[in-house]
Design a binder for this molecule. Structure first.
Ligand SMILES: NC(=O)c1ccc[n+]([C@@H]2O[C@H](COP(=O)([O-])OP(=O)(O)OC[C@H]3O[C@@H](n4cnc5c(N)ncnc54)[C@H](O)[C@@H]3O)[C@@H](O)[C@H]2O)c1
Length: 260
């Protein structure tokens, strides 16, 4: 990574963390392909950045459908070549629910998009990256990767993605492909804002339980993803890095049985 011809593929690049990541790589002069189910927004972003002189393209992608993923990857590989970077930001959040009351259709939908979709996108591009002998992949984990939460289907999936990241890092490392994950804390994206607005997330609880007393910004996740894909991070593979304003440490610290 580092020259103008470098190619970055971002699933879920039409909103939130994916959009911020697309903007980050495009600003650095890299060619960016966004894949997303939200075609209208994806095309808008690509058009806006094109007008600003950046090389950003949009192709439709539905991570819940294998054929859509293979169509998307064929299109990208034919038109743009093998990506240097793949960022798997396409995904859906979940509201808190008790296990006995969880709708299994929702569980299947979450698993299909967040886990299977990510795995299939990695397979769709990973083979070509391995053949070429270089590449960097980023998966999107979460605080629920490390801590139990009532977003059961989401949490199980995000824990699974940590393992997928580790397995791919071990398998593809010898071929020159690095695979890492980021685990954003509560990040103010459109998906998170919608849950705050509908009362599904309490922003005061988030702020109080974060060491830095604030939410994470999408651009902060994007900057970390950019670093992990750069040569500055050439020795890092197989990690899942929290970007959480200190939520993990504060929730542990404040629940310890003795407080000063
Ligand atoms: N916002 C947070 O606090 C937070 C925290 C931890 C992890 N994450 C993860 O970050 C990723 C991005 O989340 P976000 O908050 O930016 O959400 P977002 O809704 O703002 O963006 C997600 C994008 O994924 C796309 N998408 C959804 N289903 C898709 C499908 N089937 N096929 C292709 N694209 C699809 C959406 O259209 C959207 O553009 C997700 O994996 C999420 O789990 C978010």
């Amino acid at each position: 990574m580092g020259t103008n011809s470098n190619l970055v593929v971002i699933t879920g690049g039409a909103s939130g963390i994916g959009e911020a990541t697309a903007r980050r790589f495009a600003t650095a002069g890299m060619q960016v392909v966004i894949g997303d189910v939200n075609e209208e927004r994806g095309r808008q972003i690509a058009e806006e950045l094109h007008k600003a002189g950046q090389q950003v393209f949009f192709y439709p992608l539905n991570l819940a459908i294998d054929e859509s993923i293979s169509q998307f990857s064929r299109r990208v590989l034919e038109a743009h070549g093998v990506p240097d970077v793949l960022v798997n930001s396409g995904g859906v959040l979940q509201n808190a629910v008790r296990l006995l009351e969880m709708d299994m259709a929702e569980f299947d939908r979450l698993s299909n998009i967040n886990v299977r979709g990510t795995l299939m996108a990695c397979r769709a591009f990973g083979g070509a990256m391995c053949e070429r002998g270089k590449g960097a992949i980023i998966n999107l984990c979460s605080l629920t990767t490390f801590r139990a939460s009532a977003q059961i289907g989401y949490a199980i999936g995000k824990a699974g993605l940590k393992m997928l990241t580790e397995v791919m890092a071990a398998e593809w490392g010898p071929k020159g492909v690095r695979v890492n994950a980021v685990a954003p804390g509560y990040t103010l994206t459109p998906a998170m804002q919608a849950r705050i607005d509908s009362g599904e997330r309490n922003p005061d609880a988030v702020v109080q339980k974060s060491a830095l007393r604030r939410f994470v910004e999408p651009s902060e996740v994007a900057n970390t993803i950019y670093f992990l894909c750069s040569d500055e991070a050439a020795a890092i593979t197989g990690v899942t890095l929290p970007i959480d304003c200190g939520w993990l440490v504060t929730t542990a610290y404040s629940s310890y049985a003795a407080q000063p």
